[in-house]
Design a protein around this ligand. Structure first.
Ligand SMILES: [Zn+2]
Length: 164
């Protein structure tokens, strides 16, 4: 069952990637419904900045790793085997040329319930950083991942949690 769910999520990820290419899928195609009982889902909500695309690939690989191992990898290098020639896992920001920062516990902020898992090492994108954020679901079951561009002001509010 776990494998099936992982495959469904991966399919959704691929669909999300394809939808950025106008000739492969109608722009207004409805997203497939989320399968019931899914622990982690992924969504893409950023533009086609190369850094955001790289982080979307990292997001997908993290998800695959989580489905297989039931925990986040200790370091980002552990997910590089999930990449392929079409979508390689690149761990360096194409703008700052510095490696992404990863915290498997997730940084917390007093202004959001989201946790910050991966982020740009510097505010290299017009004063903002692309990030992978985990959000707890309203239902209390599972969480969603998304790549977002955080303004430096918002990013600075994230700190290490006192308790994981
Ligand atoms: Zn970047």
């Amino acid at each position: 069952m776990k494998t099936v769910v992982a495959m469904i999520v991966v399919t959704m990820l691929l669909a999300a990637c394809r939808s950025q290419s106008p000739k492969q899928q109608p722009a207004n195609a409805p997203a497939p419904p989320l399968p019931a009982g899914q622990a982690v889902s992924a969504q893409t909500s950023v533009n086609d900045d190369p850094c955001a695309i790289q982080l979307t690939n990292i997001e997908g690989a993290l998800l695959q790793y989580y489905m297989l191992n039931h925990e986040w990898p200790a370091k980002l290098e552990d997910i590089q085997s999930f990449g392929d020639a079409l979508d390689p896992i690149v761990l360096t920001c194409p703008t700052s040329h510095q490696p992404y920062v990863y915290n498997p516990t997730g940084l917390v902020s007093p202004t959001t319930r989201k946790r910050l898992l991966v982020y740009d090492p510097t505010p290299a994108h017009n004063g903002g950083r692309f990030c992978i954020l985990l959000s707890p679901q309203e239902s209390g079951k599972g969480m969603a991942m998304a790549v977002e561009l955080l303004a430096e002001k918002e990013f600075k509010k994230f700190v290490l949690p006192l308790q994981p």
